[in-house]
Design a protein around this ligand. Structure first.
Ligand code: GDG
Length: 744
C-alpha cells in the first residue's frame, strides 16, 4: 500500500536559478509535520519509498519540456508536481482560497469576497488535482488530502475511483453554521459534498468537527450518529485529530544548543533581558497588532519593567503582494515604531522586530531564550508555534500566553489564556507570565510537555491513517449486505421455481422517495405499471403494506389487483375484497393525545399532524432539524407519561413520530397473507423501523430486503427505491407473462 499525500504545495520548492532548476525543501506546519511522519515510516506498513507527495511545485512552468524535467527531478524526491498556470494560481490560490475561504473560515467575514469567477477557478484547479492523482494512483493507495484548497477533491476522486481509500484533513478552523452559510448556496453544498467524498474527515478540535456536522445536517440534511454519516452510497466518519509536533526534534535541538550555545550569536542583543517571543506568518488572523497593543499597555502600566523586558517580534513574510497583507505589514511597522519611539532608551529597545523567515536552529534558540511566548491569534486552526515553544523548554521553565481562539488552547489548558480582543487581558497576562514563580512554570509546562511528547505528529498521522482502513472495513460490512448479483439471481431462480409467491412491498421510501408533503409522494405511472405487471401473474400475491391511511391507499391503488394493508396493519383489504379491521381497536386515547401532538406541532414551524383512524402522525420533515430533534425528545417524553396506562405505541419513524393503537404491526398483518403451505416464496421489501416487524415475523425461508444501507433484520439491503424498482422489473421480465399471454 502506498500513501499519496495531496496538498496545495509540495514540500519541495522548485527554483529556477540561471536557467537551471533546483529543488529546495520548503517549511511550514503541514510540511514539517508530515515530513516527520514520513521519516518515521521506515519499516512500517508504508515502507519509506512507498509514498508520493502531490502538489504545486512553487513555480509556474508552462513549457512542456521544462515541466517534464521538473517532474523527473521531483520524482526522485517522491514528489509529483501539479502544474498550474499563473492565472489559475492567482484566481485559485490568491483568489478563492485566500480571499474567500481563509477570511470566512477565520471569522473575518467582512474580508471575504464572493466572486463566481474565483469559485470557477477553485473548481477547475480541484479537477486538475483530481486528474493528477488519478493518473498515478494504484488500487491499494491511501490518499490523504490536506486543507482548504482541496475541499472538492475527495468527491471528485470518489467519482473517478469509487472504492479508493480517501482521508481529508482540514488544518484551519471549520466555522459555525452562521458563518459557513454566508457562502452562496450552490458553493456551500458543493464544498460539503466535496469533503464528504472522503472516507474519513479530520479536524483539529471537537468544535470544528461539530460545526462541520451541523452544517452537513442543516445544509445537506444528513444526520450523523457519533460522527458517522450514512450517505446513500457511502459511510463517512468525521473525527477529531489534534495535530502534534515533532517533539523530539525541537527538544533535542534545544538541548543541543544548551550544550553548544548558539553558533552565530544571533540572540546576543537580548541577553540579560526577560524575553517575550512572538513568531507568526504575516496574517491578519494571527493578532499581531493586538499583541503589540497589549505589550504597549503593559509597558504603560508597569514602568518597573522598563529596561528589563524585550519583545522579539518575528514576522514571517507570507502572501506577499496581496493588498490586505501589505496593509497589516504597514500597521505593524508603524506600531513597532510608535512603541519603540515612546519607550526606548539608549540601552533598551523594547521591540526587536524582524520581518524574515528564520532557519530552524535560530528559531529553536529563540524559543529556548524566551521567558514568555506571547501567542495571540484572533483565530487559528491549531497553532504549532505554541507547541514548538513548549517542546524547546528543556528546563521546563517559561510561560505560554495563548489566545483562547486557537485550536491549541483546547489541549494546552495550563497556559495563561487570554481573549485577544481585550488589550488589558494581554497586558495583565504578560505581567502574570513575567512574574510567575519558577515552580509554577515548571508544574504547568510539565503537564503540557507530557501531552505533547505523547501525542506528537507521528501519533497524529498514525491515528488518522489507521482510522481510514477501519472506516473502509465498516463500509465493507454494510456493503456486504447489499444485494449482489449472485443473490439477486438466486431470488429470480427461487421466484421462477415457486408456484405461489407473496410479495410484501412497503410504499414510502421503498417504492417512492420521500416528499416534504406526504400527499405529494404519489405513485408514478411507471410504478403503477410495475405493480400491474407483477400482479398479472395469478401465482403472485402482491401486498402493499404501508403506514398510509386506507383512503389514500384506496385512491392510489384501489384499481390494482393487489392486497392492501393500511395504517401499519390496522386495516387489511384482501385482493378483490373489502377493508376489514385486523382486530377490534380502540381509539378512545385520541382526543387526549391529539392536543399534545398539536401543541408540539404549533411550537415547531413546519411540523404538522396527520390523523388516521387508529393513529396520529406527527410529521417534521419540513422543520428545522435541530429544533425538531429537541421537540421530538420532549414530546415523546410527554406522550410516554401520558399514555403509560393506555394500549398505545409511540413509534419514531423517518421524520415522523407515530402514535398508534397497541398490538398493531406489519408483522402481525402479514401473517394473514401467508396461510400455511400456500406460499412457496415470500419476498418482503421495506425501508424503516415498522418494516423490521415484518422482516422478523416472516419464516426463515422468506427473502427480505431493507432499503438504505442500514443494519436490519432483513437479509439484504438495496440502496434506494430506484434499485427496488429495477429488481421488480427484472422479476417481471423473467417470470411474468406479458399482457394477454396468461395461460399460454
Ligand atoms: C496552518 C494553520 C495549523 C513559522 N515561522 C518560521 C517557522 N515557522 C513554522 C513554525 C510552525 C509553522 O511554521 C507555523 O505553523 P502554525 O500552526 O503556527 O500556522 P500556519 O502556518 O498558519 O498553519 C494552523 C497548521 O496549519 C497545522 O495544521 O496549526 O492553525 O493556520 O511549524 O515553526 N519555521 C522556521 N522559521 C520561521 O521563521 N524555521
Amino acid at each position: 500500500m502506498r500513501l499519496l499525500v495531496v496538498s496545495n504545495r509540495l514540500p519541495i520548492v522548485t527554483v529556477e536559478e540561471e536557467g537551471r532548476l533546483t529543488f529546495q525543501e520548503s517549511a511550514g506546519g503541514l510540511v514539517s509535520g508530515i515530513s516527520a511522519y514520513l521519516d518515521s515510516l521506515r519499516g512500517s506498513a508504508f515502507a519509506k519509498p512507498e509514498y508520493r507527495w502531490i502538489g504545486w511545485p512553487g513555480i509556474t512552468i508552462e513549457d512542456p519540456a521544462q515541466q517534464a524535467l521538473t517532474a523527473e527531478g521531483l520524482s526522485a524526491l517522491n514528489a509529483h508536481p501539479v502544474f498550474l498556470s499563473e492565472r489559475s494560481m492567482d484566481q485559485f490560490y490568491h483568489g478563492f482560497c485566500n480571499k474567500t475561504i481563509w477570511p470566512l473560515f477565520h471569522y473575518f467575514s467582512s474580508y471575504a469576497v464572493y466572486e463566481e469567477n474565483l469559485y470557477a477557478h477553485y473548481q477547475c484547479v480541484n479537477r486538475i488535482f483530481c486528474e493528477a492523482v488519478t493518473r498515478i494512483m494504484q488500487p491499494d493507495d491511501l490518499i490523504w488530502i490536506h486543507d482548504y484548497h482541496l475541499m472538492l477533491l475527495p468527491k471528485l476522486l470518489r467519482e473517478a475511483r469509487p472504492s479508493a481509500q480517501i482521508g481529508f484533513f482540514l488544518h484551519i478552523p471549520f466555522p459555525d453554521f452562521e458563518m459557513f452559510r454566508l457562502l452562496p448556496m450552490a458553493w456551500r453544498s458543493e464544498i460539503l459534498q466535496g469533503i464528504l467524498g472522503a472516507d474519513l474527515v479530520g479536524f483539529h478540535t471537537y468544535d470544528y468537527a461539530q460545526y462541520f456536522l451541523r452544517c452537513v445536517l442543516r445544509i445537506l440534511g444528513h444526520e450523523h450518529r457519533m460522527g458517522r454519516i450514512l450517505l446513500p452510497n457511502h459511510l463517512v466518519k468525521v473525527d477529531t485529530f489534534p495535530m502534534g509536533i515533532d517533539f523530539r526534534k525541537f527538544s533535542e535541538a534545544a538541548a543541543d544548543l544548551q550544550v553548544r550555545g548558539t553558533e552565530d550569536g544571533a540572540w546576543e542583543a537580548i541577553k540579560g533581558f526577560k524575553v517575550v517571543l512572538s513568531v507568526d506568518r504575516l496574517d491578519y488572523s494571527k493578532g499581531i497588532l493586538n499583541r503589540l497593543q497589549g505589550y504597549e499597555l503593559f509597558l504603560e502600566s508597569e514602568p518597573q519593567w522598563h529596561g528589563k523586558v524585550v519583545l522579539v517580534l518575528v514576522v514571517v513574510p507570507s502572501r506577499v503582494g496581496v493588498d490586505r497583507y501589505q496593509a497589516i505589514k504597514k500597521e505593524i511597522d508603524e506600531l513597532v515604531g510608535k512603541i519603540n519611539g515612546k519607550f526606548s532608551t539608549v540601552a533598551w529597545t523594547p521591540v526587536q522586530y524582524q520581518y524574515r523567515y528564520l532557519p530552524f536552529h535560530p528559531l529553536v534558540s529563540l524559543y529556548a531564550a524566551s521567558h514568555v511566548a506571547l501567542i495571540t491569534p484572533l483565530r487559528d486552526g491549531m497553532n504549532l508555534v505554541a507547541k514548538e515553544y513548549l517542546a524547546s523548554r528543556t528546563d521546563k521553565t517559561g510561560v505560554l500566553v495563548l489566545s483562547e481562539t486557537t485550536g491549541a488552547s483546547k489541549e494546552l489548558t495550563e497556559a495563561v489564556t487570554i481573549n485577544p480582543n481585550n488589550t488589558r487581558e494581554i497586558a495583565d497576562a504578560l505581567k502574570t507570565a513575567l512574574e510567575m514563580p519558577e515552580g509554577e512554570q515548571i508544574r504547568r509546562n510539565e503537564a503540557m510537555q507530557d501531552r505533547l511528547r505523547c501525542y506528537d505528529v507521528v501519533r497524529w498521522a498514525e491515528d488518522f491513517l489507521t482510522q481510514v482502513p477501519v472506516v473502509k472495513a465498516e463500509q465493507a460490512r454494510l456493503h456486504a449486505r447489499l444485494l449482489g448479483r449472485a443473490a439477486r439471481q438466486q431470488i429470480l431462480d427461487r421466484f421462477s421455481r415457486a408456484e405461489h409467491r407473496t410479495i410484501f412491498l412497503d410504499y414510502d421510501g421503498t417504492l417512492v422517495a420521500f416528499a416534504n408533503d406526504p400527499l405529494a409522494a404519489r405513485p408514478t405511472e411507471e410504478l403503477l405499471a410495475v405493480l400491474r405487471d407483477l400482479s398479472r401473474d395469478p401465482g403472485n400475491d402482491v401486498v402493499l403494506i404501508s403506514g398510509r391511511d386506507k383512503d389514500t391507499m384506496r385512491r392510489w391503488f384501489g384499481d390494482l389487483d393487489v392486497a392492501l394493508v393500511a395504517e401499519h396493519g390496522a386495516w387489511i383489504r384482501p385482493r378483490n375484497g373489502s377493508w376489514q379491521l385486523a382486530k377490534p381497536l380502540n381509539d378512545s386515547w385520541k382526543p387526549a393525545a391529539r392536543p399534545i401532538l398539536q401543541t408540539y406541532a404549533d411550537r415547531l414551524p413546519g411540523a404538522f399532524i396527520e390523523e388516521k383512524q387508529y393513529s396520529i402522525v406527527w410529521h417534521y420533515r419540513r422543520a428545522d432539524p435541530e429544533l425538531a430533534c429537541a421537540r421530538v425528545k420532549e414530546m415523546t417524553d410527554d406522550l410516554m407519561n401520558f399514555t403509560a396506562n393506555m394500549d398505545v405505541q409511540i413509534l419514531p419513524g423517518n421524520k415522523v413520530v407515530e402514535v398508534r393503537c397497541g398490538g398493531i404491526n406489519k408483522g402481525a398483518a402479514a401473517m394473514a397473507f401467508i396461510p400455511k403451505g400456500r406460499s412457496d416464496f415470500i419476498l418482503a421489501v421495506g425501508d424503516d423501523l415498522t418494516d423490521e416487524d415484518l422482516f422478523q415475523a416472516l419464516p426463515a425461508t422468506a427473502c427480505s430486503i431493507r432499503v438504505g444501507i442500514e443494519n436490519s433484520h432483513a437479509q439484504f439491503n438495496l440502496r434506494n427505491h430506484v434499485e427496488v424498482l429495477e429488481l421488480l422489473k427484472s422479476i417481471i421480465l423473467d417470470h411474468v407473462p406479458a399482457a394477454g399471454e396468461e395461460g399460454t
